[in-house]
Design a protein around this ligand. Structure first.
Ligand code: PEP
Ligand code: MN
Length: 348
């Protein structure tokens, strides 16, 4: 249920409504907007009535939320939520976030699939920044299909990411595989990525819900949109309001691509949720020459941001080289994206 307060409601009235909802057994999630406050209430609606709540001072109207994902639902906010990511400087300081995601500016996030060594990461960070990326993404903990494949540099990789952040000012996004690693990853990174294989790892989702870092949640490769939004709901209901969703391709019978990039998920998610929606055409296709056209398609259909894998020499990449762009290809794509982004009302 959503309780919409009157514009210009006093602090005391807001506190009174919040306390009243708690007394009724609800968990109120306060959404303070510029014009008015909205309270998303989780709990059993049958303990009260619409008429009763609408008589509480400060309350304008009460509406049920029909979607099962209560806090992620578009019903809670007609506007897309803008998340602030990262900030320049050596240490990650909460409250110093500077890159908005979900607003007018299209957020291009780029980097190598894995942090392989210091030199390649710093070189890639500088190149993607130069081409116009707003954040750096690379894996230090890699969830690999085979235990014999490169598993990532772990904390050493996180240190290189922090150094890249220091050098470029780009906020850093990296994957976290277990609840036990969240603190370590959050000490170095601005945003925690939950990969496709962990989208339904509910313990990890809950633990990320307690973190103060924004979470980039990738759609499970076999997850429906509703399951994806309910996974986001685990994080949101834990108190972490900063969730970015990401379409990264799903498993189908098709073999000409690594995954089937579900382009329709982008406008469909935008209809269902106020959370920013990103697209990952690198994993979504798994094929280098398809990355540029699918990036353009994703921007055209409303993605708030794009995730692209970039490496100094993709042929030598330890992971995902076949879907990775080199610096020249990435810079070229960024140039081609600019007029396209503008055509759909976005800035690059
Ligand atoms: C990645 O981002 O490199 C990755 C492992 O992604 P996904 O979880 O989508 O496979
Ligand atoms: Mn990858």
């Amino acid at each position: 249920m959503i309780v919409v307060l009157r514009p210009g409601c006093s602090k005391e009235e807001i506190a009174h409504v919040e306390a009243h909802l708690k007394d009724l057994g609800f968990i109120p999630h306060m959404l303070y907007g510029v014009e008015r406050t909205v309270i998303a209430c989780i709990g059993d609606d049958r303990v009260t009535t619409k008429e009763h709540l609408e008589a509480v001072p400060g309350v304008e109207r009460v509406m049920p939320v029909l979607a099962p994902y209560k806090l992620a639902s578009r019903e809670v906010s007609a506007k897309t939520t803008v998340m602030e990511l990262g900030g320049p400087g050596p240490a990650v300081k909460p409250g110093t976030r500077t890159v908005p995601i979900g607003g007018e500016k299209l957020a291009v996030i780029a980097g190598p699939c894995s942090v392989e060594d210091r030199g390649m990461l710093l070189e890639t960070a500088a190149a993607v920044k130069e081409a116009g990326a707003v954040a750096l993404r690379a894996g230090a903990f890699k969830p690999r299909t085979s235990p014999y494949q490169f598993q990532g540099l772990a904390e050493e990789g996180l240190q290189y990411l922090a150094e890249a952040r220091e050098q470029t000012g780009l906020p850093v996004i990296t994957e976290v595989l277990t609840p036990a690693d969240i603190k370590l990853v959050a000490d170095y990174a601005d945003c925690l990525q939950i990969g496709t294989r962990n989208m339904q790892n509910y313990l990890l989702l809950r633990a990320c819900g307690e973190s103060d870092r924004p979470v980039l949640l990738k759609r499970g490769m076999s997850a429906t949109l509703e399951e994806t939004l309910l996974a986001a709901e685990y994080i949101l209901s834990g108190g972490n309001r900063n969730v970015l969703l990401c379409e990264r391709g799903i498993r189908t019978f098709e073999t000409h691509v690594r995954n089937t990039f579900a382009l329709t998920a982008i406008p469909a998610l935008k209809e269902k949720t106020h959370l920013p929606v990103l697209a990952d055409p690198s994993h979504g296709t798994g094929v280098r020459r398809l990355v540029a056209p699918m990036t353009k398609a994703a921007v055209a259909c409303g993605a708030d941001g794009i995730l692209i894998e970039v490496h100094p020499n993709p042929e030598k990449a330890k992971t995902d080289g076949q879907q990775t762009l080199d610096f020249r290809e990435f810079a070229q794509l960024m140039r081609e994206l600019k007029p396209l982004a503008e055509a759909v009302g976005r800035k690059l």
